[in-house]
Design a protein around this ligand. Structure first.
Ligand code: PMP
Ligand code: GLU
Length: 394
């Protein structure tokens, strides 16, 4: 008996693994400060919880249509019209159990053996394994810190081969927090509209933007892009609803119907109760989201300044999401407490063991010269965590 080749070729999600490890250490009585989890520390807003309670009380606890209830599809259609200015029909929307599930479903229906999928790096950890699980080959295209970690049209063009089937664009980005401007997306779109690629636009951090920036999705920057793009989004990040597991895809009907067929053979449908909560989230008072974003912006300002004061660290100031991605090459070659640090994993391991600070190594996101910190935690803990890092490296 043995496991499939498919499962042997992927690794467990490193972001989840580090979060679990930090939580287990905390439970065992260790004093750990976690910058690992990419999850808002706020509670889900009350009006959303109330919608879920109401759904339970009213007995809305049965299977639903595979691609989600019409009420939620309509709330998503309204949201996409309002925010992106794009009109979708119900047959172009499929709701799944989180944006990660949406991405997994999409890869399964779009990609196969022999296909290449372009993934700009630094990338979110799961893109690589999701593409591999579909049998396809991830083609990692590095971006530069000096260029704001954004893919240039020339790098995109150079990465496209006869085998390229798709590309994943993520703005605001996990892990760098970089955000593409409308003009930059247009530059990429001009190449993509002439190609046969499917574009997966992971817009999950859409609402978490700073410095008064406006969000654009690549689907909205060129009239021909809607037909080439699947927008992936969800309620996890904007509404502090990570545990509710609601994500969705909006895109061409032929792709969405394939995703729906696949979903009918795996989860059947996303949770009925969580779907009602997601309707409330999308249709309710968006002031709650603004409050959370204001608080994230305050923390971003604080953590960037604090990390820039750590010897050997250089922390660019991101414009979105809730991560910072400092360059830590400056400490490579050091041996604090006799422990040699030569890469991001050595440093992350040392910080956790020595001073109980959990961060994710840049290597997991495709660039070993960096560390990822999630600042979805209080200013107080950020202050303590950075002080501990300084102590560990002194
Ligand atoms: N995309 C990115 C870039 C993410 O950081 C996450 C966070 N887990 C997801 C997708 C998936 O989000 P969820 O499954 O919670 O909707
Ligand atoms: N997206 C979050 C992160 O990057 C949550 C964990 C995960 O799903 O990877 O930390």
């Amino acid at each position: 008996m043995k496991l499939s080749k498919r499962i042997q070729e992927i690794k467990p999600s490193p972001t989840l693994a580090i979060t679990m490890k930090a939580n287990a250490m905390k439970a065992a009585g260790h004093d750990v400060i976690g910058f690992g989890a990419g999850e808002p520390d706020f509670d889900t807003p009350r009006y959303i919880k109330e919608a879920a309670v109401k759904a339970i009380e009213e007995g809305f606890t049965k299977y639903t249509p595979v691609a989600g209830i019409d009420e939620l599809k309509d709330a998503i259609i309204d949201k996409l019209a309002r925010d992106q200015g794009i009109k979708y029909n119900r047959s172009e929307i499929c709701v799944s159990c989180g944006a990660k599930h949406t991405l997994y479903n999409l890869a399964q229906v779009l990609f196969e053996e022999g296909d290449e999928v372009i993934i700009p790096s630094p990338y979110w950890v799961s893109y690589i394994d999701i593409v591999k699980l579909a049998g396809a080959t991830p083609v990692v295209v590095p971006t530069k810190e000096e260029e704001g970690f954004r893919l240039s049209p020339s790098s995109l063009l150079a990465a496209i081969s006869e085998r390229t089937k798709g590309i994943i664009i993520n703005s605001p980005s996990n892990p760098t927090g970089s955000v593409y401007s409308r003009e930059e997306l247009k530059g990429l779109a001009e190449i993509l509209v002439k190609s046969d690629l499917v574009v997966i636009s992971d817009d999950i951090y859409e609402k978490i933007l700073y410095d008064g920036l406006k969000f654009s999705s690549i689907a909205q920057v060129h009239p021909a892009m809607k037909e080439k793009t699947v927008i992936v989004n969800g309620v996890s990040k904007a509404y502090a609803m990570t545990g509710w597991r609601i994500g969705y895809a909006a895109g061409p009907e032929w792709i969405i119907q394939a995703v729906t067929k696949l979903q009918s053979q795996n989860t059947s449908n996303p949770t009925s109760i969580a779907q009602k909560a997601a309707v409330a989230a999308l249709q309710g008072d968006q002031g709650e989201v603004e409050k959370m974003v204001q608080e994230f912006e305050r923390r971003r300002n604080y953590i960037c300044e604090a990390l820039n004061s750590v010897p050997g660290f250089r922390c660019p100031k991101p414009q979105g999401a809730f991560y910072v991605f400092p360059n830590v090459e400056g400490v490579f070659g050091w041996a604090p407490k006799g422990r040699v640090i030569n890469n991001s994993s050595d440093l992350a391991g040392y910080l956790l063991d020595e001073v109980g600070v959990a961060v994710v190594p840049g290597a997991d996101f495709g660039d070993d010269r960096y560390l990822r910190f999630s600042y979805a935690t209080s200013i107080d803990l950020i202050e303590k965590g950075v002080a501990r890092i300084k102590q560990a490296l002194s």
